[in-house]
Design a protein around this ligand. Structure first.
Ligand code: HEC
Length: 133
């Protein structure tokens, strides 16, 4: 029962992950590396918002969650990407959940929303470079 509910919740909160695992057979391995049509906003809502809040102002829960709103640390695109790839403190690395295209999309999204105006898009290749790929 409890296990079932937890699984349903996981599917609800992380459809990205559910999709990624759905067709996990041997055929067409390239499908797993192809960018999925998920926008930065969708990734933010599904993955980041639970901690950083809908307005990206962070807060104090189990620990201190920094604001991403009006955050000059985002000026350097490698800063948010490294946070997502490596994690730090209470922020876990999110590479099991997100592929490089999704990380690029959400990094671009937070750099251009919530009072941030760093227009240069983060590219999938930038993320891969930081991941050492
Ligand atoms: C489980 C909660 C959690 C999730 C999910 C999460 N974060 Fe974080 N994030 C944190 C915490 C806690 C910190 C502070 C880490 C530290 O410095 O100890 C942080 C720090 C950051 C920072 C650094 C802020 C600064 O000014 O130093 C960025 C950028 C960031 N997160 C972006 C994201 C993005 C983008 C996502 C979604 C892809 C995300 N986070 C998902 C908890 C989370």
């Amino acid at each position: 029962m409890i296990k079932h509910t937890a699984f349903a919740l996981l599917l609800l909160t992380v459809p990205v992950l559910a999709q990624a695992n759905a067709g996990g057979d041997t055929a067409g391995s390239s499908a797993n590396t192809t960018a999925r049509p998920v926008t930065g906003e969708q990734v933010y809502v599904q993955v980041c918002q639970g901690c950083h809040m809908a307005d990206a102002k962070g807060g104090v829960g189990a620990g201190r969650i920094p604001a991403l709103a009006k955050n000059s640390n985002l000026e350097d695109p490698s800063y948010p990407v490294s946070m997502i790839v490596q994690g730090r403190g209470a922020m876990p690395p999110l590479t099991d959940l997100l592929n490089p295209a999704q990380i690029a999309a959400v990094a671009t999204y937070v750099r251009t929303h919530f009072g941030n105006n760093y227009k240069k898009p983060v590219k999938e290749a930038d993320v891969k470079a930081i991941m050492g790929q």
